[in-house]
Design a protein around this ligand. Structure first.
Ligand code: NDP
Length: 481
């Protein structure tokens, strides 16, 4: 079944469950006039609500109360996200947990973050303080709405900003829930507001709004570049968390059983709709056939089921129109001469015919220069490539425009160190994959982005440093010295 993209009826935007094709809810589209009023209210709240001057430990209380509010509605939120974007329920539960952890973590960071007294160079004491930007725009994609929203909103609020949040038109239902819970938890009114509608319209208008002073975006590289251009013209800071084509490397000396399981989980978890999906498996030549055969065998056994079915391992894609992109990607791989080792088509029959499913797919036989090996599929599609030695691996591993993440499987820590330092990636996983914790900075090299979210730096991202000098002069200052 090919369903159209989300529909805008009059001023309503509907959300379709990609597992069934049913419309599950709708939201009001924000008009340009409403956007102006929203940003104006955000500024008023920023200046007048007292939030930015609230002492950090008091702000932390509210962030913790938001976490409590999420805990209270955990199951309902997970179920809503499952229907909104088709992710398996267990994954959605994990994402709500992650959002809870993020609010708690930034409550802690907010309360404990220190600035510095800088070395003295004269008759004064010099030190730094952090100031919010004012109104921050947070723009999030459809693959992990509640988690991505929290990753941006929690530190932006912790830093004292007012936030205008724009979720994807493909998954519009979670952001209003977060805003509702935040308000109930004691966040002053209008400090977190949500705008809805098409990215190219309301998202672009939000970024361009003269009173938006910082933008934090997660999504595709093309959109990120367009947003970056506008922010460059406005001379406002922008954080971009973009796509990837992450190499997942298996050396001959690896624990092959663990490596194979991680490669399969690393790409087919979330049906490949993850910026850090390990979408290029690079296997040392001497074990290429053996390891690839094991990966294919394990992939064929994955249970592609409805997101709420017992034992589901791979659910549908987030939307029907995104599935069309994946279908086109694999068709082009065929034209480039790729061999489809498994998958390569949507499953058919029963529930499959109603949903946006696509079978986990493995392709090999392609040159590394092919578009299939260079571009992001953002779906359940893995390309396999052999490598000769470390030099060959590093050249190919770094041979795309992206640099988000990589995985390395080897029993040699020295090799892991050498290769991990040589690969251009914001996150390197050695003998593990796709671990991403709130406490550890996350972001990309090259076309995978600018800035680091998460960790203590994730709060500093939303603040500007002010340097202050307190004079201690015994004598009046001379005109020149
Ligand atoms: P986009 O990057 O276009 O969308 C991400 C967010 O940006 C959405 O909220 C979108 O709104 C909004 N947006 C779109 N255009 C603009 C604009 N001009 N100004 C401001 N905001 C805008 O991703 P797509 O959904 O189109 O997916 C395209 C590709 O991006 C995927 O195939 C994948 O490769 C990559 N991607 C990467 C993600 C990541 O986690 N890094 C997440 C999602 C996608 P709306 O959805 O309403 O258009």
């Amino acid at each position: 079944m090919d369903a159209p993209p989300p529909t805008l009826k009059g001023d309503e935007l509907s959300s379709t469950n990609p597992a069934t094709g049913e419309v599950i809810g709708s939201v009001q589209v924000t008009s340009t006039a409403e956007l102006d009023a929203i940003v104006e209210r955000a500024w008023a709240a920023y200046h007048n609500s007292g939030w930015k001057s609230l002492l950090p430990h008091r702000r932390a209380l509210v962030l913790n109360a938001i976490a409590d509010g999420l805990v209270a509605e955990k199951e309902a939120l997970a179920t809503l996200q499952m229907k909104d974007n088709g992710k398996p329920l267990a994954e959605c539960r994990g994402m709500v947990e992650s959002a809870i952890g993020t609010f708690r973590y930034y409550a802690g960071v907010c309360e404990t973050l220190e600035t510095s007294v800088t070395p003295q160079r004269g008759d004064y004491v010099s030190f730094t303080v952090l100031e919010p930007f004012g109104v921050v725009a947070c723009i999030t994609p459809w693959n992990s709405p509640i988690m991505n929203d929290a990753t941006k909103v929690a530190p932006a609020l912790a830093a004292g900003n007012a936030v205008v949040l724009k979720p994807s038109e493909d998954s519009p239902l979670l952001a209003p829930e977060l805003a509702r819970i935040a308000l109930a938890a004691g966040l002053p009114i209008d400090m977190l507001q949500v705008v809805q509608g098409r990215g190219a319209e309301i998202g672009a208008a939000l970024v361009a709004h003269p009173d938006v002073r910082m933008v934090s975006f997660t999504g595709g590289t093309t959109t990120g570049r367009a947003i970056g251009r506008v922010c460059g013209t406005k001379l406002i800071p922008v954080a971009l968390e973009l796509g990837g084509k992450s190499p997942h490397v298996v050396f001959a000396d690896a624990d092959i059983e663990h490596a194979v399981a991680a490669v399969v989980a690393g790409i087919f978890g979330s049906a490949g709709q993850s910026c850090v999906a390990g979408s290029r498996v690079m296997i040392e030549e001497s074990v290429y056939d053996e390891v690839l055969a094991k990966i294919v065998e394990r992939t064929k056994s994955l249970r592609v089921l409805a997101p709420d079915a017992a034992g589901v391992e791979v659910g549908p894609l987030a939307s029907f129109h995104h599935r069309e992109r994946v279908v086109a990607f694999v068709n082009r791989a065929r034209e480039e001469g790729g061999r489809i080792l498994c998958g390569g088509e949507p499953p058919t029959g029963g529930d499959y015919d109603r949903g946006a499913y696509y079978l986990p797919t493995i392709i090999d036989g392609l040159s590394h220069a092919s578009l299939t090996c260079q571009e992001e599929a953002f779906g359940p599609v893995l390309v396999a490539l052999p490598f000769r030695d470390e030099a060959d691996l590093v050249e190919k591993g770094n041979g795309t425009a992206f640099g988000l993440a990589c995985g390395i499987w080897t029993e040699s820590f020295k090799k892991a160190w050498r290769v991990g330092r040589a690969l251009e990636a914001g996150s390197v996983w050695v003998n593990t994959y796709k671990q991403s914790v709130t406490t550890t900075p996350f972001g990309g090299f090259k076309n995978s982005g600018i800035g680091r979210e998460k960790g203590v730096d994730g709060l500093r991202l939303y603040a500007q440093v002010k340097s202050m000098y307190f004079g201690l002069h015994e004598q009046p200052m001379p005109v020149a010295r």
